[in-house]
Write a protein that binds this ligand. Structure first.
Ligand code: ATP
Length: 444
């Protein structure tokens, strides 16, 4: 279906969205999940702000990851490193020299594009001119800044383009303070920044985004078993997010497309509304990163197996998740249009544990103080237990249900005149729209 083009003025081009992505973007803004960044000033391309429901959804997604990959395990440790790091980190890791994408400019409209993401037609996506691109030049995607009051080469720093280096630089600290048995992992969640040439497709390719990464340290000849185990854990997490399994695909990345330090990479792709695209990556990075630190910082990164003289620099398996891409996959898989009593409805079928609001409580009529008072009691009880419970006494019950369906609230609880006699309430299920009478005492 041809869609109206959406002007992305800061990009100097246009972004075309598939119909279902447009529906999700519009619902996200209308209902307070995700807004364009700096919206009130006309926006800033590649940035997005989370509203109240988006924050709750994102936190649920990130907390589930932390629970499954850190809290529920004995072999994982959390870290939370500073975003600004010594420039030597990015020189040693190779980011200063090679963290680049090929950039081309259209000589007609001056639109700039990532050369490897253009189709074969050689036509400018903005103005349609043909053959107007010159030679591609390498564009470094790191945001450069200065630390302190003197702006010279020694004060240069970068907004980190990945959270991984904040983990590697703390490997030695954690070994010194905890001496965990191998294999063990360090996990981190946090912001990453990339000056993408063409941010596009809603939050899929942003300039500021969040990552959830693990560096899993192993004995060199045992990397394969940890790689396989982490791959299984990744699939368990994707299942727990409620993503349909037939939309999740493994792509074994061929050698010529892998980063030079990677001996094996599997990209997990997802059938997004924009097509099949990378959701996350799993890479075997050998001892590349720790050796770089050892050579450049001049400090030993060796690990000694306890009770022996066996020493070596551990090898690393890295699962790397982009939070925004997970949020987008969860929103896209939850978005459903169906019909109830002959009326079209939009319903976000989030798994209950991810839903931003768990219950909505309503008095049948808002001008009957006895109903409102009873409903407040029920609301307070549920709020104390679950936190994310909302109150809605606006409009008729049908409209309230539609509003809650659109934000994915699994249950609506209505207090009516029968409640005053028998202490039961109506609980309405989001997905089946079925209603049941339930004792207030059994609600929790
Ligand atoms: P792509 O090929 O899509 O640019 P990448 O291979 O450069 O991604 P990695 O460097 O492997 O990505 O980053 C790990 C993860 O971080 C990705 O799988 C993705 O989920 C997320 N990610 C990377 N770049 C972005 C971005 N610009 N916006 C949102 N998420 C991103």
């Amino acid at each position: 279906m041809t869609q109206p083009k959406i002007d992305d003025q800061k990009l100097g081009g246009y972004v075309e969205m598939s119909s279902s992505l447009e529906n999700i973007v519009s619902l996200a803004k209308r209902r307070g999940f995700i807004y364009p960044g700096s919206d009130v000033y006309g926006g800033l391309s590649g940035t997005w702000d989370y509203g109240p429901l988006g924050v709750a959804l994102k936190k649920n997604i990130m907390n589930l990851w932390w629970k499954m990959f850190v809290d529920d395990r004995e072999d994982m440790y959390g870290v939370d490193a500073a975003i600004l790091m010594n420039q030597k980190v990015w020189q040693a890791s190779g980011h200063v020299d090679t963290f680049t994408d090929p950039l081309v400019e259209c000589s007609h409209c001056k639109g700039r594009f990532r050369a490897d993401k253009l189709d074969d037609s050689n036509k400018c996506p903005t103005c349609g001119s043909e053959g107007t691109f010159g030679e591609a030049r390498q564009f470094n995607m790191m945001f450069k800044t200065h630390v302190g009051s003197i702006e010279d080469e020694t004060s240069v720093s970068y907004l980190r383009p990945e959270t991984a280096q904040g983990i590697f630089t703390n490997y030695k600290n954690v070994v010194d303070s905890f001496y965990p048995d191998l294999p063990f992992g360090l996990a981190q969640q946090g912001k990453a920044f990339r000056n993408e040439i063409s941010p596009r497709d809603f939050i899929f390719r942003s300039r500021e985004f969040e990552q959830m990464e693990i560096e899993y340290f192993v004995e060199p000849d045992k990397w394969q078993e940890s790689f396989d185990a982490l791959l299984r854990d990744i699939h368990e997490y994707l299942k727990a997010l409620g993503l349909p399994q037939d939309k999740v695909h493994e792509l074994e990345v061929p050698q010529e497309e892998r980063a030079h330090y990677s001996e094996r990479t599997i990209d997990i792709e997802y059938d997004f509304p924009i097509g099949r695209e990378e959701l996350l990556g799993l890479a075997y990075r050998t001892d590349f990163d720790l050796m770089n630190i050892q050579n450049n910082a001049g400090k030993s990164m060796e690990y000694t197996i306890k009770g022996t003289n066996t020493k070596f620099v551990p090898h690393v398996i890295e699962p790397s998740f982009g939070v925004e891409r997970v949020v987008m996959a969860v929103m896209a898989s939850a978005y459903t249009e169906d019909e109830v009593n002959g009326e079209k409805r939009i319903v976000m079928k989030f798994p209950e544990h991810l839903a931003p609001v768990k219950y909505c409580v309503s008095p049948l009529l808002k001008n009957k103080p006895e109903l409102v008072e009873k409903a407040r009691e029920v609301y307070n009880m549920l709020k104390k237990q679950y936190g994310n419970v909302s109150w809605d006494d606006n409009g008729n019950i049908g409209k309230r249900y539609r509003r809650q369906d659109e934000i994915g609230t699994p249950y609506c609880v209505v207090i009516d005149f029968d409640t005053l006699n028998d202490d039961t309430v109506t609980v309405r299920d989001r997905d089946t729209t079925e209603q049941k009478r339930v004792d207030i005492g059994k609600l929790i």
